[in-house]
Write a new protein. Structure first.
Ligand code: GDP
Ligand code: MG
Length: 318
C-alpha cells in the first residue's frame, strides 16, 4: 500500500524541471446522461484508478470525483449525478446540487454516448446548458464503437443547438483522444495556485473510497429502484497477517422495502454488488479483500435536514 501511495503522490506532482509557466487551477463540471461513460472518462483523465477523492476535499456545492494534472495545471473534476426527472425530495436536492456545481465550474464538459446520440436525458441537459456561463465543450465518447460519418453528423447536430468552444471525439475505454481533452482544459483553467496540495490524492482515506465504490456498484445495479442517496459506510478495516484486508460496510436505506431490494432474492443482489465492489476495492488497494456487507434501515433520514448537511446538500423545503 505504501508503494501505491508513492505512485499517486508522484503522479500529482508537477515536473519541477519543465518550464511550465504559472500554475493554473480550475473546476471542470462533467455533465451527461447515465452510462455515457463519465466515470470511465474521469478514470482516463486522472490517469490512475483513483477517480474518487475523499469527502475532505468536497466543497459543499460540488462533488469532486477526481483531480487530473497536466503540466502546470490542476483540473478538479466535478461529478453531476443525475440531472433529470427528480421525484423525491432527496433526488431533487441532488439535482440542485449538481446544477449548482455546474454553475460554479470554470469549464463545462458535456459527455455524449456517440453511439446512442442525443437521447431524452441528454436533451434535458442540452436545454439547460445555456444557463451556464462557463465555456462549454462537447465530448463524443465511445468512438471505438462506430464509423466516422455518423460521428461528424452528431457533432454538427450538437453544435447547431449550442455554440460549443470545442468538440472532442474520444474513447474513454481505450484512452483514444483523452490526452487532447486534458491538454485543452489545462490550457483554459484560470491562472492561480493549486486548490489541493500535490499529494492530496495520496491522502484520500481508503475507507471512504471503498464505501464510494460499493455505493457506485449498488447504483449501477439498482438505480431504478433506489433513491440517489442510500449511503454506504465502512465500519471496519482490518489488515490481516496474510496481507489481505477484511472490510465491513453498512448500506443504509430508508425503508424495509428498499432493504429487500438491496438484499434481493436469496441474497443474490447483495452478493452480486459485493462481488463487484470487492474486485474493484482489491484493485484499488492492491491486496486481496474480504468484503462483508450489511444492510440497515435508517428510518426517514431522507427527510432529516441534518443528513443533508452532512452530505453538503441544501435541504429543499417542499
Ligand atoms: P457513467 O454512468 O456515465 O459514469 O458511465 P460509465 O463510465 O459507468 O460507463 C458506462 C458503460 O459504458 C460501461 O460499461 C463502460 O465500460 C462503457 N464505456 C465507457 N466508455 C466507453 C468507451 O469509450 N467505449 C466503449 N466501447 N464503452 C465505454
Ligand atoms: Mg458513473
Amino acid at each position: 500500500m505504501a508503494e501505491r501511495t508513492d505512485r499517486l503522490a508522484r503522479a500529482s506532482t508537477p515536473d519541477p524541471g519543465a518550464d511550465q509557466g504559472p500554475p493554473r487551477c480550475g473546476f471542470v463540471a462533467l455533465l451527461g446522461a447515465p452510462n455515457v461513460g463519465k466515470s470511465t472518462f474521469v478514470n482516463a483523465l486522472v490517469g490512475s484508478k483513483v477517480s474518487i477523492v475523499s469527502r475532505k476535499v468536497q466543497t459543499t456545492r460540488m462533488l469532486v470525483r477526481g483531480i487530473a494534472v497536466e503540466a502546470n495545471a490542476q483540473l478538479i473534476l466535478i461529478d453531476t449525478p443525475g440531472l433529470f426527472a427528480p421525484k423525491r425530495r432527496l433526488d431533487r436536492a441532488m439535482v440542485s446540487a449538481a446544477w449548482a456545481g455546474a454553475h460554479d465550474a470554470d469549464l463545462v464538459a458535456l459527455i455524449v454516448d456517440a453511439k446512442r446520440g442525443v437521447d431524452d436525458e441528454t436533451a434535458v441537459i442540452l436545454n439547460r446548458l445555456p444557463e451556464l456561463r462557463a465555456p462549454k465543450v462537447v465530448i463524443l465518447n465511445k468512438i471505438d464503437l462506430l464509423e466516422k460519418p455518423p460521428l461528424l453528423a452528431l457533432a454538427a447536430d450538437l453544435n447547431a443547438s449550442i455554440p460549443f468552444a470545442a468538440t472532442f471525439m474520444v474513447s474513454a475505454l481505450t484512452g483514444d483522444g483523452v490526452g487532447d481533452v486534458r491538454a485543452w482544459l489545462a490550457a483554459r483553467v484560470p491562472e492561480g495556485p493549486w486548490h489541493y496540495p500535490a499529494d492530496q490524492l495520496s491522502d484520500a482515506p481508503l475507507r471512504q473510497l471503498a464505501a464510494e465504490i460499493t455505493r457506485e456498484k449498488l447504483y449501477d445495479r439498482l438505480h431504478q429502484e433506489l433513491p440517489y442517496a442510500s449511503t454506504v459506510e465502512t465500519d471496519r478495516w482490518t489488515e490481516l497477517k496474510d496481507g489481505s484486508v477484511r472490510i465491513e460496510q453498512t448500506i443504509f436505506v430508508e425503508r424495509e422495502s428498499q432493504r429487500k431490494i438491496v438484499v434481493g432474492k436469496r441474497g443474490q443482489a447483495l452478493k452480486a454488488v459485493g462481488a463487484e465492489a470487492r474486485r474493484e476495492i482489491a484493485e484499488l488497494i492492491e491486496a486481496p479483500v474480504h468484503l462483508f456487507l450489511f444492510v440497515k434501515v435508517r428510518e426517514d433520514w431522507a427527510n432529516d435536514p441534518e443528513r443533508y448537511r452532512e452530505m453538503g446538500l441544501e435541504f429543499p423545503q417542499d
